[in-house]
Write a protein that binds this ligand. Structure first.
Ligand SMILES: Nc1ncnc2c1ncn2[C@@H]1O[C@H](COP(=O)(O)OP(=O)(O)OP(=O)(O)O)[C@@H](O)[C@H]1O
Ligand SMILES: O=P(O)(O)OC[C@H]1O[C@H](OP(=O)(O)OP(=O)(O)O)[C@H](O)[C@@H]1O
Length: 346
């Protein structure tokens, strides 16, 4: 066996920026598309959760989305793609741990405190994986408000956020105060015993009510199809989420983090916008530029034909159809909509 075959994947991380990517689930494919768009080239061997990037000093680590905030927050991994909901759940877990430590009077060494950044920074919203973490109850049942579930059984994979949510409601009830649903409005009292029973479920959480395990659940909703199929309805939203790029507070190679962030940001902008090109009589230029102002300003080019100009401007993809309708109304012709493959510096 050649000597280099004896080198473990862990050893070959040396000097590489570690970038965590969801290994499965809802965020996997869109994340892989982003990596491809950012020209991060790798080959993932079957069943291996580590892949060395061929053209950059980066190693990709494929991890469950729920674990990525821990790895990045602990500074073990430099960058990661995960859901904002997962970061919030992780942070709520860290808050709970700190409260418990304070309560038990546990001594925390200065080294521990320094090593414990327990937090990652959001670099970019990635524009996919939009969903809401919602409190759900049987559609035909007696509950219509989060407060109705105080003291009941709640099934969830988001135990820490659910605990914070119900702690807040219980405290409000006890104090007769209102925080208007803002879960961050008041600090959670240390050592307080929660009356609501939060049960951890790892998946298929929607089944818990029908099976009599839970009175309500806290779970993710996108289209609402799963919730509806399970005979549930939402009564409150705990977190609104989408996929985000996060970074450690002390990345091993800050310049490489910035480069990757710029590349990924460029791909996201390219996905969000299309390029709209059209010709318009010069006298209608003012009206047309109001419809397509572009990111900074539209590009206006003189046409050979007297009294006409050509315009080129970036337009948000989701609004392009009405923009084209409006352009036709002000006299635009030859309207073309082109895909943007990549961007930078926008
Ligand atoms: N229906 C959905 N629509 C959009 N995004 C979602 C949806 N469900 C989950 N997500 C996002 O994807 C993240 C990962 O969820 P997903 O269910 O794919 O996880 P997973 O790693 O496959 O774990 P599990 O085995 O628990 O399902 C969530 O934290 C959330 O940010
Ligand atoms: O509102 P919808 O569009 O129906 O999506 C919501 C569902 O998607 C997620 O689960 P997923 O399908 O990823 O599987 P899981 O239940 O195993 O987590 C989430 O936990 C819901 O069950």
């Amino acid at each position: 066996m050649a000597a280099d075959e004896l080198i473990s994947p862990l050893q070959s991380f040396e000097g590489r920026l570690l970038f965590a990517v969801p290994k499965k689930g809802r965020l996997l494919q869109a994340s892989l598309n982003l990596l491809e768009g950012a020209d991060i080239q790798f080959k993932r061997e079957n069943r291996l959760d580590i892949a060395l990037v061929k053209n950059l000093p980066i190693a990709l680590v494929f991890l469950p989305a729920a674990d990525i905030p821990t790895f990045v927050g602990e500074g073990r991994v430099d960058l990661g793609i995960t859901g904002y909901d997962q970061v919030q759940e992780h942070d709520a877990g860290v808050r709970a741990l700190k409260r418990a430590r304070r309560m038990s009077g546990e001594w925390i060494s200065p080294e521990d405190a320094a090593r414990d950044p327990h937090g990652c920074e959001t670099v970019l919203d990635l524009g996919f994986g939009a969903c809401k973490l919602q409190v759900q109850v049987p559609a035909k049942g007696e509950y219509s408000d989060g407060r109705d579930l105080i003291g009941k059984n709640i099934g969830t994979s988001f135990v820490n956020l659910a605990q914070e949510y119900f702690t807040r409601l219980e405290m409000e009830q006890e104090q007769g105060a209102s925080t208007n649903g803002d879960v961050n409005a008041k600090p959670i009292v240390s050592g307080r015993k929660l009356r609501t029973n939060i049960m951890h479920l790892s998946g298929s959480v929607e089944a818990a009510c029908a099976l009599g395990v839970a009175d309500g659940i806290v779970d993710l909703v996108e289209s609402g199809e799963t919730m509806k199929a399970a005979g549930l309805k939402p009564i409150d939203t705990v977190v609104e989420s989408s996929a985000i790029l996060i970074k450690s507070k002390q990345p091993s190679n800050p310049a490489m983090v910035d480069l990757i962030a710029a590349r990924i940001g460029g791909v996201i902008t390219a996905q969000k916008y299309v390029l709209c090109q059209y010709n318009i009589p010069k006298k209608s230029l003012h009206d047309a530029t109001k419809i397509t102002p572009g990111k900074r300003a539209p590009t206006v080019t003189q046409l050979e034909e007297e009294g006409w100009v050509a315009i080129s401007a970036m337009v948000e993809r989701k609004g392009i159809a009405p923009v084209m309708d409006e352009l036709v109304k002000v006299g635009a012709t030859d309207i073309l909509v082109l895909e943007i493959r990549n961007t930078r510096g926008i």
